[in-house]
Every structure is written in structure tokens, then in C-alpha cells.
Design a binder for this molecule. Structure first.
Ligand SMILES: *[C@@H]1O[C@H](CO)[C@@H](O)[C@H](O)[C@H]1NC(C)=O
Ligand SMILES: *[C@@H]1O[C@H](CO)[C@@H](O)[C@H](O)[C@H]1NC(C)=O
Ligand SMILES: *[C@@H]1O[C@H](CO)[C@@H](O)[C@H](O)[C@H]1NC(C)=O
Ligand SMILES: *[C@@H]1O[C@H](CO)[C@@H](O)[C@H](O)[C@H]1NC(C)=O
Length: 378
């Protein structure tokens, strides 16, 4: 199969140019026998004639004879065994019309709902190419660098491939929405992963605590986790999100970021809903293949993900990639949450319930956590 395309091109070419030449030459003899001979040979096999008369094949054809490995077709990269990508040699880049372009699909958010895992998994799809930087943050903090900078941090894509980038802060930023509207073509699609808002809020808090520890003690994530485990104090979280009278504070980011309806509404004022896919992040964790198939359809790439490409890691408690390389999630993930006071949890659930109702109406989707009343355990 590797040789499929070039070989077919060869035969086709030879037939088009070779056969008519032959035919005219014989007809010129004005001899019945000659005409009969042409008819007989034609009925035998067109391709046989073409191939058995090398003088009929144009010289240009010689250059097409080179064997092009299948993995060099319709792509700009090849994958090392460890999963990293390398650019193909120049001639294949030219052949496949590889170019750095604006992304076709942008993952807008949201923080702590699995955009990282989505990127890792989706990037293994042969038709999907994510930006080189894990998070471009162009339409938020890097906008001053200019659109050329944005294009430059993309990986080249071949025709037929879908270029993507994810920056989970975009979803919360009205500036990002306006800039995307003015700078990206109206064919750009958006993916937003949403997840259990109570757990998301706790996750963002924990994540920020971890970052503070990393900065304060100048340690890496693994060491920070050890320190965090020792010093995390759930009353810190409760104190942070409640007022002195015990109400949930609705003016801190980690709370407002979980009121998804508010942001969805502002995006839907600028773009039609058909350009968005709202992904159930909780479903993605438990059912990655189904969700990846849903994404494949939305971004219009061939079906690729199936259960053979994943396995469930019992120790880690989540799915890992088994093909084309083994890849589990990074170290910042899976950080344990501190136990949270039950009264505070109940207040959080009450607060988010109304917003979830609106989210469900805006997205036309019922999300996993809504059905389960946020789950028995957060
Ligand atoms: C947790 O933090 C609060 C205030 O930040 C403090 O009063 C309390 O003693 C701490 N509890 C533990 C177990 O460290
Ligand atoms: C998970 O996602 C898939 C694909 O969108 C869907 O078919 C399935 O019903 C979802 N499951 C739940 C529990 O929402
Ligand atoms: C998944 O896809 C691969 C490649 O197309 C195929 O070989 C394999 O049998 C599929 N597995 C399942 C469970 O469908
Ligand atoms: C979501 O669930 C509600 C209540 O069960 C139901 O009325 C509604 O039709 C569902 N919406 C969708 C889009 O499935």
C-alpha cells in the first residue's frame, strides 16, 4: 500500500500519453491488418501496452519513481518513539504543502477541566497538529507580540490537517473573545471543556496554592506536592471563599470561573453556537474514547480513536494512552484535594446549581455532574 499513490500516478500518466501515440502511428499505415492489430492489442490490455513500450513513457516520469513512505504523506512531522515530533525533510514539507497557519480550532477553556489531557490525547490523531507551545495565551497576555508571533508558534500543517491551540484562560476573557472575532477567520471552531464546578473551584484553589509553594520554596512540582500535602489546610480554602457572615463570596475568580453560563453567554453574543463544542469534562475522564469521537466529528477529521489506544491505569485511577506511545497525564494532575467542610460544600452546590441550569439551556446539553447532583464525593 505504501507505493499506492506514486505507482497509480505512473500508470495513469503512461496510459494517457503512450497509447494515443501508438494508435496514430499504426493508423497511418492505412492497412486493415494494422487496424485489426491495434484493436486486438487494445482488447488485451491497455496497461500492458503502456508498460511494455518504455519509449512511450515520458522522461519526466523517472523522477516520480522514488518510494515515498506512507508516514510521509499528508503530514509535516514524524513521531519518535518517545512521542516527540520531528519535522520531515524539506522535500516532503514542500510536497505536502506544509505551512505555519492560524489555528483552525481553538480550545478556549476551561481551567482545571482537563484541557491538558485533551491536548495530549488529541495531538496523537494523525490529522491534528497542536501548537508547539502548550499554551499560546496569545489573545490574553501575548497579544502585544502580534499575529506573526502567533503564527510562528504554531507547528506547520499539511493540507487536510487541522491546526489547534489551547489556552484555557481565553474562556474567561472578554478581550480574548473580541480579538478572536477580529483576527481569526469565521470558519474557526471552538472547544470548551466544562466540568463539575464545585470540584473545579477546589482544583483551581489547590493548583494556585501549589504554584505559590513552588515560587516561595523554589521547588519543582513534585517537591511542591509533598510540601502541599503537609501544609494544606482546608480551613484556608473555606476562609478564602466565604465572607465573615458565612456566605460564599461571588467576587473571587475561583468562584466566578465556575459560573459557566456567564461566560458562555458573552461568547454567544459574538459567535453562533454552531461554532462551539461544549465537552463534558467529567465524561471525558471516564469515557475518553466516546468524547474524542465526538470531537473528531466536530472538527471533521477521520475516525481514529478507539478503545485499543487507551488503557485504564488502576493505580493512577485514570486512562492512559497505549498507542502510538504510552502516555499518562502530567504531574500537576491528580493532586489530592483537601477535605472541605460539608456546610461549605452544600453552599457551593446551591450556588452553582442555578448557573448549571442556565449552562444546560445555553449549550443544549445535560452534563454528567448535573445528573449526579455533583456526585456523592467531591
Ligand atoms: C489552618 O489555618 C488556620 C488559619 O489559616 C489556622 O487558624 C489553623 O490553626 C490551621 N489548622 C491547622 C490544622 O494547621
Ligand atoms: C459521554 O459522551 C458520549 C459522547 O458524547 C455520550 O454518548 C455519552 O452519553 C456521554 N455520557 C454521559 C454519562 O454523559
Ligand atoms: C482500533 O483501531 C485499530 C486501527 O484502525 C484497529 O487495528 C483495532 O482493531 C481497533 N480496535 C477496536 C477495539 O476496534
Ligand atoms: C436535560 O434533562 C432535562 C431533565 O431531565 C430534560 O428535560 C432535557 O430535555 C434534557 N436536555 C437535553 C438537551 O438532553
Amino acid at each position: 500500500m505504501n507505493l499506492g499513490e506514486p505507482q497509480e500516478m505512473q500508470d495513469d500518466h503512461a496510459m494517457k500519453l503512450g497509447v494515443p501515440t501508438k494508435f496514430h502511428r499504426k493508423v497511418g499505415m492505412t492497412n486493415r491488418f494494422a487496424i485489426g492489430l491495434v484493436l486486438v492489442t487494445l482488447t488485451f490490455s491497455l496497461s500492458f501496452i503502456a508498460l511494455s513500450h518504455p519509449e512511450a513513457i515520458p522522461a519526466r516520469q523517472q523522477t516520480v519513481r522514488e518510494v515515498i513512505p506512507k508516514e510521509y504523506l499528508s503530514t509535516c512531522h514524524r513521531r519518535h518513539e518517545d512521542g516527540s515530533l520531528a519535522l520531515l525533510p524539506e522535500k516532503y514539507l514542500t510536497m505536502n504543502e506544509c505551512k505555519k497557519r492560524l489555528p483552525d480550532v481553538v480550545v478556549l477553556g476551561t481551567k482545571k477541566c482537563g484541557t491538558g489531557a485533551l491536548r495530549v490525547f488529541l495531538d496523537t490523531h494523525p490529522n491534528v497538529v497542536f501548537s508547539k507551545r502548550a499554551e499560546a495565551k496569545f489573545f490574553t497576555q501575548n497579544y502585544k507580540k502580534g499575529i506573526d508571533w502567533y503564527v510562528q508558534i504554531m507547528r506547520p500543517t499539511a493540507t487536510g490537517q487541522v491546526g489547534m491551540e489551547k489556552s484555557p484562560g481565553y474562556f474567561f476573557s472578554s478581550d480574548a473573545a473580541k480579538r478572536i472575532k477580529s483576527d481569526l477567520p469565521p470558519t474557526t471552531k471552538f472547544i470548551v471543556i466544562l466540568c463539575n464546578p464545585v470540584r473545579r473551584t477546589i482544583s483551581e484553589f489547590t493548583f494556585e496554592q501549589l504554584n505559590k509553594i513552588k515560587e516561595k520554596y523554589k521547588v519543582d512540582t513534585e517537591e511542591a506536592k509533598v510540601i502541599a500535602k503537609r501544609t494544606f489546610n482546608s480551613s484556608k480554602f473555606e476562609k478564602y471563599i466565604t465572607t465573615s457572615s458565612g456566605r460564599i463570596r461571588t467576587n473571587v475568580d475561583i468562584i466566578t470561573h465556575s459560573m459557566y453560563d456567564k461566560y458562555i453567554l458573552s461568547w454567544l453574543k459574538l459567535f453562533p453556537r454552531s461554532r462551539f463544542l461544549f465537552v463534558d469534562g467529567d465524561n471525558f475522564t471516564h469515557n475518553p474514547v466516546a468524547v474524542l469521537n465526538e470531537i473528531e466529528q466536530f472538527i471533521e477529521v477521520p475516525h481514529y480513536f478507539n478503545s485499543s489506544r487507551f488503557y485504564f491505569d488502576k493505580e493512577k485511577g485514570f486512562f492512559c494512552l497505549s498507542e502510538p506511545f504510552k502516555q499518562c497525564l502530567r504531574s500537576t494532575k491528580g493532586l489530592e484535594h483537601p477535605p472541605v467542610d460539608r456546610t461549605v460544600l452544600r453552599k457551593l452546590k446551591e450556588l452553582f446549581k442555578a448557573h448549571d441550569f442556565a449552562t444546560s439551556i445555553l449549550t443544549l446539553k445535560n452534563f454528567t455532574w448535573m445528573k449526579n447532583d455533583y456526585g456523592s464525593k467531591i
